[in-house]
Structure formats: C-alpha cells, structure tokens
Design a protein around this ligand. Structure first.
Ligand code: 13P
Ligand code: SF4
Length: 347
C-alpha cells in the first residue's frame, strides 16, 4: 500500500513536470491535483501494456495527458502508419481516429487493433464511400485515384495510391500519370493543384468536395489580424486549410512537419493553423516558446479518454476492435503500400 502510494506519487510528479505549463482548449490547465488524479490510471494502463504486450499509438491532437502519460508513439498519420508497421507488440491501441486504426490493421492482420475513441468519425473519412469511388472511376476511367489517408479502408481498397499530408505533393508529382483524381479533401486538392503549378508539373488534378470541419474554419482575415497584433509571428498551416489561408503561412506541413519547424526556428510567437492539440504537444516539448491564436478542437480526436484506454486494454467490446474483411484489407494494403513505395522513392 505504501509502495503503491509512492509509485503513484512518482507518476504524478512525472506528469506534472511535463504538463504544468500546458493549457489549450479542453486540455488543461494541468494542476498538481489533476496529475494526482490521473496517476493511478496511468500506472494501471502502463502495467497492463506490459502484461499484454500492447503498445499505444497516439496522434498529436489527443489530450496531452495521453501522449505524455501512456503513449509509446506520437506523430502524424504517416509516422504512426510506419510505427504500426514496425511494432512487435501483440496488441495496438490506437488513440486517434478510426481510419488510422484501420490502416494499422491492414498492416498487421494478425494483431488485435483497438480503438478507445467514443466518436470514431472524421469529417473527411465520413464524406465518401467505396460505392461513390466506383461511380467516379466510371466517370474518370483514365485517372489514377489518389486518396488521402483520411478515408476508410473500404475506400482505400478501391483507390490506387494513398497519401498523407506529409507526402501528398511529392507523391502526386511522382505518380507516372498526368491524370489524377484526388479525394476526398477539396481544400487539400486545391493546394495540390497550386503546388503542381508552382513546381511546373503539368497534371490534370480533379478533386472531390469534402472538407475537414476543423481546418476549414481558419480564414485569411484572422491570420492578418493576428499578424498585425504580434510582430515577429510565424504562421504555420496544415495543408487541409484553404489555399487563401496557406498563402499567408510561413510554413505549410503535416503536424509532424510543423513540430520540426518549431524545433528548428526561433520566433517571438507562433500561430498553428491546425487542431489545437498540436499546440498542447508543442507546449509539452518546447515550454519556452509562445503559441497564440484560436484553438479549434476536433471532437473525434478529443473523444479519446484515459478511462477508455484502460477499458479497452482490460476487456474490449466488439465495437472497440477493428475487423476488416480479407478483400477490403488486401485492397487497402495495396493502396497503402503504393504510398510507402512513392514516399520512399528518392528525387
Ligand atoms: P497529419 O497526418 O498531418 O497529422 O494530419 C492528420 C489529420 O487528421 C489532420 O487533420
Ligand atoms: Fe478528421 Fe479534421 Fe479531425 Fe483531422 S481534424 S481527424 S481531418 S475531422
């Protein structure tokens, strides 16, 4: 009993050390009392991970207590797909959104992949079905179908190549076809069209009509207002933002790319035009830096809670498990492997 109390205290201290300066959206501010409250959950999850040979993959957008307390890996969707590919664990708990967990399952058919999030959607992934893609393929028979990773495995299974925000421009450029159909993100698709022009690449890029409800909320007026208020501000944007917003950014990158830019630069303040969990993670890793601006949260990413991670590790329900038919898994894997092939090509 005394030993447990001491261990919990050490965990609370470890959490508080990392989280004490963090206060974004519904995450934080983290008080000492909150860290003491989280400590037994964190200890039990870490014990169960060890006992069951499980790993926890976490996206930057989830609550920082999860990435700091129990996450084994944190990253953007490309890094997490690679982490899922290389793990030796028997169980993968994916604290993010369902399409990322499905990708992990495609790469690990024999492992148990569990999702603790209560709201499993994504406004991009939910906007298109495999049936709709089949119709589009009949309409655009000569086009190579490129899908953003923010799609279901069923949609990937009927596309040719998958991309993430970290490799979309290079992959579209490298695909040996001058006719591309990009889905489902309209704004990212428009950014692809602009970037191909900028690179002098001649391709007909057709695009679907969905948007991310988080990233579409940013507008150029707000960026200009904040630039006026904070001289020396560096503006970082995710490629899911509109081209009008991206034109005002100092740097455009995936969440992992934005983190790297923050580490590599020294500015008076930063504005991160993405889901505000990234600012939380940046505060954890770079407590000396200043992050300003609006905090838009993704309800899907934020539906991951520590209690649910514990629950799925202890006794998962059927709904917590990723199950894919062989057809869908094999089709989606072909599309995901095509991404690894083009992403790892040099030049
Ligand atoms: P990243 O791959 O850049 O982390 O993006 C994932 C995502 O869902 C952005 O909204
Ligand atoms: Fe989907 Fe947007 Fe949430 Fe990313 S931020 S998971 S694209 S809804």
């Amino acid at each position: 009993m005394i030993q447990t109390a001491t261990a919990e205290n050490a965990t609370a201290q470890r959490l508080f050390e990392k989280l004490k300066g963090v206060a974004v959206g519904t995450s934080g501010p983290y008080t000492w009392e909150r860290c003491v409250e989280l400590a037994p959950l964190v200890d039990e999850i870490n014990r169960l991970k060890h006992e069951k040979n499980a790993v926890i993959l976490t996206h930057y957008y989830v609550h920082p207590e999860i990435t700091v307390g129990v996450g084994d890996f944190v990253g953007d969707s490309y890094k997490l797909a690679k982490d899922a590919k290389s793990t030796n664990a028997s169980i993968i708990v994916f604290a993010a959104v369902k399409f990322m967990a499905e990708t992990a399952k495609c790469l690990n058919p024999d492992k148990e992949v569990l999702v603790p999030s209560k709201q499993n959607g994504c406004s991009l992934a939910d906007a298109i079905t495999a049936e709709r893609v089949r119709e589009l393929r009949r309409e655009f028979p000569e086009h190579t179908f490129v899908c953003y990773i923010n799609t279901s495995a069923a949609v990937k299974a009927v596309c040719d190549v998958c991309v993430t925000s970290s490799n979309v421009y290079d992959i579209v450029q490298r695909i040996p076809s001058d006719k591309i159909y990009f889905l489902p993100d309209k704004l990212m698709g428009e950014n692809v069209q602009d970037e191909m022009k900028r690179r002098g690449v001649q391709k007909d890029v057709q695009i679907f009509s969905a948007t991310c409800y988080v990233h579409q909320q940013y507008d150029p007026e707000r960026v200009l207002r904040l630039r006026g208020k904070y001289p020396g501000l560096k503006v970082l944007s995710h490629p899911e933002c509109s081209p009008d917003v991206i034109r005002h950014a100092d740097h455009v990158a995936s969440t992992k790319g934005m983190m790297q830019y923050l580490r590599d630069t020294d500015a008076e303040a930063y504005l991160l035009l993405t889901e505000c969990g990234l600012a939380g993670r940046a505060q954890v890793e770079m407590p000396g830096k200043t992050f300003i601006g609006p905090c838009v949260e993704c309800r899907y990413m934020k539906s991951n809670a520590m209690q649910d991670i514990l629950r799925v590790l202890r006794a998962p329900d059927e709904d917590d498990r990723i199950v894919l038919s062989d057809d869908v898994r094999e089709g989606a894997l072909r599309c995901i492997n095509a991404m690894f092939h083009y992403a790892e090509m040099s030049g």
